[in-house]
Design a protein around this ligand. Structure first.
Ligand code: ZN
Length: 456
């Protein structure tokens, strides 16, 4: 009996201790803040927000402050929920702080490996500084995968086995890829359903986005397969794409797709996504980067100082091998599609494809927000794509995604109103990550350390 009481006393402490690096930290209080409500309700002015441990413990306009509180005067400043980048490939451990320094308190890692699984746990425990990580399986691709370290599958049976294997391995979700044969893809889809694990990724060339949506693929990345589907030569082009064996051949398929774009087919596809509520992670950042890689002014980017030399070399290699002749036209169409999807009610996620050329950890999420607004989202819709939508996508909206009492304290304090100009998300005054406060000075220190680590 005594033991049980002792356990009851100690248990809440143990639960709280996990994922809470700041047990000894005094409560943090923001006073006179304007809270941006990403649900679309009016901003709440002159609010006091109290953070105790890793939680938002109180919000009000007339709260008596805890005596030992660390008070931050947020007069004239704007509080938004911590941001998510829903599509990253980032493995440079000593620079994970770049996400935090940019207010990105959560990321979806899109190509899992065992390092990431370890870092996911270390971050959750607070022994490594970085964003919350939700980690994909290794990419599951066809018999001759595009990327090394992918899982190659040839048929339905191997597809099913791969799903069971990566679930046991510890992946948070399954990532599918471009060269999967049809039967392998549908095997993966069905097995994922049976195993209770979600699957996301590229729509394989052999499958249409509408079929992927019906098969239960939870998110589609980079708008894969969409332009072809919107062409009135869809069947012919999909066949050509499966057989295409060079960038030139794929380029020709895209050119024809643009020339034969059919608004009605686009509307049908969008209606499909609305019906199934299939999430779209357009990653406009990487689509734009692909289109502009050959422009020298685009490549002259001060943020390169945070990118390890070796990775920069790989980026330049891809520049040298890039053909952007039609990608700018394609990009224009993709912007239109994203705007149309948002207006129709397709749920959108903000993601960058960080790790790819000129997609920078943390920084580029703000590029993505601005690009989403160019595509036709309102600033609050863009913010939602990086806050409440990711929380809903993961089923974590009870604890993340908005600024409410009881929720986890992932917050960004801005010097200017992001609803007036979305680029104001870059004017970061402070970040709270899992209850831990970083003021501007601390954020600059993180940036300096990450720069040093990248150049080591
Ligand atoms: Zn990616």
């Amino acid at each position: 009996m005594k033991l049980r009481i002792a356990l009851l006393l100690i248990l809440p402490f143990l639960l709280l201790a996990r994922g809470k690096p700041n047990r000894t930290q005094a409560p943090i209080v923001f006073t006179h803040a304007t809270i941006i409500d990403v649900t679309g309700a009016a901003p709440r002015r002159d609010a006091t927000v109290v953070i105790t441990g890793d939680r938002i413990s109180a919000i009000g306009d007339n709260i008596s402050l805890p005596p030992d509180a660390h008070v931050v005067d947020a007069t004239g400043k704007f509080l938004i929920p911590g941001l998510w980048d829903m599509h990253v490939h980032w493995y440079v451990r000593d620079t994970f702080s770049l996400f935090i320094a940019n207010g990105v308190t959560g990321v979806r890692q899109m190509f899992g490996n065992s390092d990431l699984l370890r870092w996911r746990e270390q971050i959750a425990k607070g022994s490594l500084l970085g964003p919350r990580m939700v980690v994909a399986s290794p990419i599951i691709d066809g018999p001759e995968p595009i990327w090394p370290n992918s899982i190659a599958v040839r048929n339905e049976d191997e597809g099913r086995k791969a799903v069971r294997r990566v679930k046991q391995w510890g992946a948070d979700f399954v990532k599918v890829y471009a060269l999967l044969p049809r039967d392998a893809y549908f095997g993966i889809a069905d097995e994922a359903k049976q195993q209770g694990i979600t699957f996301v990724g590229h729509v394989p060339n052999s499958v249409s986005p509408a079929e992927a949506s019906d098969a239960g693929q939870k998110s589609i990345e980079h708008l894969t397969g969409m332009l072809i589907t919107c062409s009135d030569k869809e069947t012919e082009l999909r066949d050509k794409l499966v057989k295409a064996d060079s960038p030139e051949a794929r380029g020709r398929v895209q050119t024809t797709a643009l020339e034969t774009y059919d608004e009605k087919k686009a509307a049908d596809l969008i209606a499909h996504f609305v019906k199934n509520q299939t999430w779209q992670c357009p990653t406009l950042t990487v689509l734009r980067s692909n289109a502009y890689l050959l422009d020298e002014s685009f490549r002259r980017d001060g943020r390169l100082r945070y990118i390890p030399r070796l990775l920069q070399q790989r980026w330049n290699f891809r520049v040298a091998n890039h053909d952007s002749a039609i990608t700018k036209k394609v990009l224009q169409k993709q912007f239109e599609l994203v705007g149309a999807m948002q207006r129709a009610g397709v749920p959108i996620l903000a993601g960058t494809d960080t790790g790819n050329p000129f997609c920078f950890p943390g920084f580029s999420l703000h590029d993505e927000l601005a690009l989403l607004v160019i595509a036709g989202l309102t600033p609050v819709e863009a913010l939602r794509a990086a806050t409440l939508n990711p929380a809903k996508f993961f089923g974590l909206d009870q604890s993340l995604g908005t600024i409410e009492q009881g929720k986890i304290a992932d917050l960004v304090l801005l010097d200017a109103n992001p609803l007036l100009d979305i680029r104001n998300t870059q004017r970061i005054n402070a970040v709270v990550s899992n209850g831990r406060l970083f003021d501007r000075k601390a954020l600059d220190k993180l940036l300096g350390e990450a720069e040093a680590a990248a150049n080591r």
